[in-house]
Design a binder for this molecule. Structure first.
Ligand code: PLP
Length: 327
């Protein structure tokens, strides 16, 4: 598959010594995909290496994708397009705000063309915009919501190759890997990578949003994507919904609404380890991981890997939510 280098790999794999001591339970490690480098980093760098690679191979002259106003995926796509000499169109939910901050500010700095899309949060109107762009004589490459198709998900198949090498070098074994699962590409890539590269860890995806009415059940979506990837890679294995572990019990608020779970998680990791989470994705996952540790879901001799998928720039547009007092 064509690939365009956009980030810095391997990302660090570290032990969270202070936090491990704080909980006095399982050993906690972190995979720093917040440090992939592209426009403040994040998981989309890995996906975009394959997506932009394909856009360039197809001689497209622009890309189009979509998401929420504070989409990390859109911020990283804008930067990847800028690096690659491609124009970037973004379908963002809502109306143009009075002031620009966080990811949206960065989209603008990367010169993305924003199409304000009212109720559409998941790029539902991308096909329409793509048609308009085509009729203006351009050749757009469509990147789906979250970069989650079989091309983008390949980034996380390769991420497993990377981590298995690091674990071998450091003589480490991970029992449980905990990560954010939202549009499915990261999750499907990890499932397929686990099988391809013999990663012996349970994969626990923490679901970030409830999903929209009428959408396919999320575990089926991940299963289908995993099977599409497996067929591209000519793997013999066939995946079923039983291979998809999803925790949906940490969705205490709607998508993008910050509550105590996220706020306390962001503060704890910052205070104990000097590492920043984002309030929407990794804050929710880390809050869930804290709950799982407190509920003694892991034994003390097990090792847990928290896969940090980035999102830091969004912090600045959630300042007042993060500064609220603990209840
Ligand atoms: C910071 C962050 N983490 C995790 C995810 C979820 O990854 P995926 O969409 O591949 O499920 C996203 C998606 O946008 C994200 O921005």
């Amino acid at each position: 598959m064509p690939r365009k280098k956009l980030g810095f790999f391997p990302t660090p794999l570290q032990k969270l010594e202070n936090l491990t001591r704080h909980f006095g339970g399982p050993k906690i490690y972190i995979k720093r995909d917040d440090m992939t480098g592209l426009a403040f980093g994040g998981n989309k760098t890995r996906k975009l290496e394959f997506l932009i690679g394909e856009a360039l191979a197809q001689n497209c002259d622009c890309v189009i994708t979509g998401g929420a106003e504070q989409s990390n995926h859109c911020r990283q796509t804008s930067a990847a397009a800028a690096m690659s000499g491609l124009e970037c169109h973004l379908a963002l939910r809502g109306e143009e705000p009075e002031s620009y901050s966080g990811n949206l500010l960065l989209d603008k700095l990367f010169n993305a063309k924003v199409h304000w899309s009212l109720q559409y949060r998941k790029g539902e109107n991308i096909p329409m915009i793509a048609e308009e762009i085509k009729s203006a004589g351009r050749k757009p490459y469509v990147i789906p919501y979250g970069g989650s198709n079989k091309v983008g998900a390949m980034g996380y198949v390769e991420a497993v190759n990377e981590i298995t090498k690091q674990l071998n070098e450091q003589n480490l074994k991970i029992d449980h890997t905990v990560f954010a699962s939202s549009s499915g590409g990261t999750h499907a890539g990890l499932i397929v990578g686990k099988s391809l590269y013999g990663f012996h860890s349970k994969l626990i995806g923490v679901k970030i949003d409830k999903g929209e009415a009428g959408e396919k059940p999320y575990n089926e979506h991940i299963t289908e994507l995993s099977n599409e990837l497996a067929s591209v890679l000519e793997l013999k294995e066939f995946f079923s919904v039983n291979d998809v572990i999803l925790r949906d019990d940490f969705i205490e608020n709607d998508y993008g609404v910050v509550g105590d779970l996220e706020r306390n998680a962001v503060k704890l990791l910052a205070e104990k380890e000097g590492i920043l989470l984002d309030p929407v994705y990794t804050g929710r996952v880390f809050g869930g991981l804290i709950r799982m540790i407190e509920n003694k879901e892991f034994s003390n001799n097990e090792s847990i890997l928290f896969w940090h998928t980035g999102g830091g720039p969004a912090i600045f547009s959630y300042a007042s939510d993060l500064m609220k007092r603990d209840k």
